[in-house]
Design a protein around this ligand. Structure first.
Ligand code: AMP
Length: 550
């Protein structure tokens, strides 16, 4: 072999930091909330260095996980840069999970220190005694009047930075394969599993997003990631903004639909991404806002509802564009687009094409396999299990002996989704094989919910399915068989679940049945249940539950 003679530079997050500072020092990061803040990369990058030095001063070991419980904000961007650039692992935690899951995740990652937005302290602090490895909780004051516990483990973010120099970060990331960040995904069975991204995969994924047939992100864009920064690096958008020099607009704790609509119009946002629940809630708030700056709205993480997309097309002249991905895939694998094959389609047909996941982005491959392991033809009509492969896709889960069954013998990721691919390579999701319920963009584990219900002494058995819901996408419906001879009521069950699971997990619909139908192999037939309850409209979610999620 004759080796090429090109420079060998590792693809690392410090490279993104340098690029943001030297090429785009004047570009802005705006954070919403009670007091909107604006900072440029020229102002943020010295803070990132101070933060890295602060972690050195706290003796956070190289390779340790550093947890974040934070909204989409400037400080969270600083953590996105400082933690991996100084040789530690950024571990973003979903604060909406149930306490037991949060404790499991923090302990599984062995987080050494935690950075917590002050408004999220009421979620994190009560769990602190269950964290086995956490030495400090660094509070980021994002407004509000949450009292600070009088405890030596509590430190203040701005105090820490003030005490440090803005000199270069001492650690040098020499190997682009070094771990950069960690995000946990909920599984159908058992505990959440960690996905460990490398510097290389983060950098490559951020470049992918710039592609003209992907999101076509450029310096002239104003990007508003509404998707939380705890969820798969906000779909890679903050890092993509550093690559291309776009302005970043982040909601901070101001995630109410009216605040989001104001943010999008005030800053003439051009590109935004969220799950369908958010787009649905935002729709009624758009009146009176000038959204003519918008050029692309990504509706990812689930199917696009055509009626919703039509409403956007009618209201602001822009339909929703779908994208497919998973925590395990960084996440973007396919993005909807209109190719040459779609020339001449009507507005309605074009909208429907944009409402499906679309073709695979560069560096990734997709295939659909039959149950007996044969690749299905690309005819748009032969469903099978979607499998994906590429440099931005996980090869294993964090920790040993976990989820090996999710990978094929030839190293592809088994997604658990059922899909078809057409002759132009466009993906269409038919169904999920998983039984998870996706409510408001967040997973509810049917197994965990079933177990919590079955912990009631008067319950014989319980099966949970997802039913369509106009507001949240899906809601759980519980089918419960009472133990013989008892007088179990639905209110008993709801009362029993309070405190056992997050309140927004508690099903509005609980059906008391005489038996749960079985498959031929003696398992519950959730398919029969789904058929039976397909047309059941779920009652409104209790107001408290909505508040908890907002
Ligand atoms: P998560 O790891 O939480 O991001 O969830 C990934 C799962 O969300 C996938 O396995 C799919 O079941 C679902 N999903 C993501 N994107 C789409 C999409 N465009 N259409 C349908 N389902 C999707």
């Amino acid at each position: 072999m004759i080796r090429g003679l090109m420079q060998d530079r590792p693809l690392t997050i410090p490279g993104l930091l340098t690029r943001a500072e030297t090429s785009f020092g004047h570009k802005r990061i705006i954070t919403g909330g009670t007091e909107e803040t604006v900072a440029t990369w020229a102002e943020i990058t010295p803070r990132v260095r101070r933060l890295a030095h602060a972690m050195d001063a706290l003796q956070v070991p190289a390779g340790a996980c550093v947890g974040t419980f934070a909204w989409n904000s400037q400080r969270h961007v600083e953590l996105y840069l400082a933690i991996p650039s100084s040789g530690r692992i950024l571990h973003t935690v979903n604060h909406r999970l149930h306490g037991e899951q949060i404790s499991f995740i923090v302990n599984d990652a062995a987080d050494d220190i935690l950075f917590v937005d002050r408004t999220l302290l009421p979620v994190v602090w009560p769990l602190v005694s269950s964290f086995t490895s956490v030495r400090h909780v660094i509070v980021m004051d994002d407004g509000g009047d949450v009292p600070l516990p009088d405890d030596p483990r509590i430190l203040d973010y701005e105090d820490l930075l003030r005490g440090q120099p803005k000199t270069p970060i001492e650690t040098v990331i020499e190997d682009e394969h070094a771990a950069a960040s960690l995000c946990y995904t909920s599984g159908t069975t058992g505990n959440p599993k960690g996905v460990l991204y490398s510097h290389r995969s983060v950098v490559l994924h951020s470049l992918l997003l710039l592609g003209a047939d992907v999101f076509a992100l450029s310096e002239s864009d104003v990007i508003a990631p509404i998707v939380p920064m705890f969820h798969v690096n906000a779909w890679g958008l903050p890092y993509a903004a550093m690559q291309c020099g776009a302005d970043l607009v982040l909601p901070g704790p101001g995630t109410a639909p009216a605040e989001l609509a104001g943010l999008l119009s005030r800053h003439r946002v051009t590109f935004s991404a969220a799950v369908s629940t958010v787009w649905r809630q935002l729709l009624s708030e758009l009146d009176g806002h000038d959204l003519s700056g918008l050029r692309h709205l990504v509706c990812g993480g689930g199917a696009v509802d055509d009626a919703l997309s039509l409403a956007y097309q009618t209201t602001i002249g822009l339909p929703l564009s779908n994208a497919w991905g998973m925590t395990e895939t960084s996440p973007v694998v396919t993005t909807a687009r209109l190719g040459t094959a779609h020339r001449g389609l009507s507005a309605e047909e074009s909208r429907q094409v944009l409402g499906t996941p679309g073709p695979a982005v560069p560096l990734t491959e997709i295939r659909v396999m039959s149950d007996d392991g044969v690749e299905q033809p690309r005819d748009g009509a032969s469903p099978g299990e979607l499998q994906v492969s590429g440099t931005t896709i996980a090869s294993a889960y964090f920790g040993t002996d976990r989820g090996a069954e999710s990978f094929t013998a030839d190293g592809w990721l088994r997604t658990g989704d059922v899909a078809t691919i057409d002759r132009w390579g466009h993906l269409r999701i038919v169904d999920r094989t998983k039984d998870l319920v996706k409510s408001g963009g967040e997973w509810i584990s049917s197994v965990e919910l079933e177990n919590a219900i079955m912990a009631h002494p008067e319950v014989h058995e319980a099966a949970v399915i997802g039913v369509a819901d106009p507001r949240w996408g899906e809601r759980p419906l519980a089918c419960v068989v009472p133990a013989p001879g008892v007088t179990l009521t639905i209110e008993d069950l709801r009362q029993h679940l309070r405190g056992r699971v997050a309140s927004w997990w508690i099903p509005e619909q609980i059906e008391l049945l005489e038996e749960i139908p079985m498959t031929a192999t003696g398992k519950w037939s959730k398919q029969s249940l789904r058929r039976r309850f397909a047309d059941t409209a779920s009652p409104a979610v209790a107001e408290d539950d909505v508040k908890e999620r907002a």
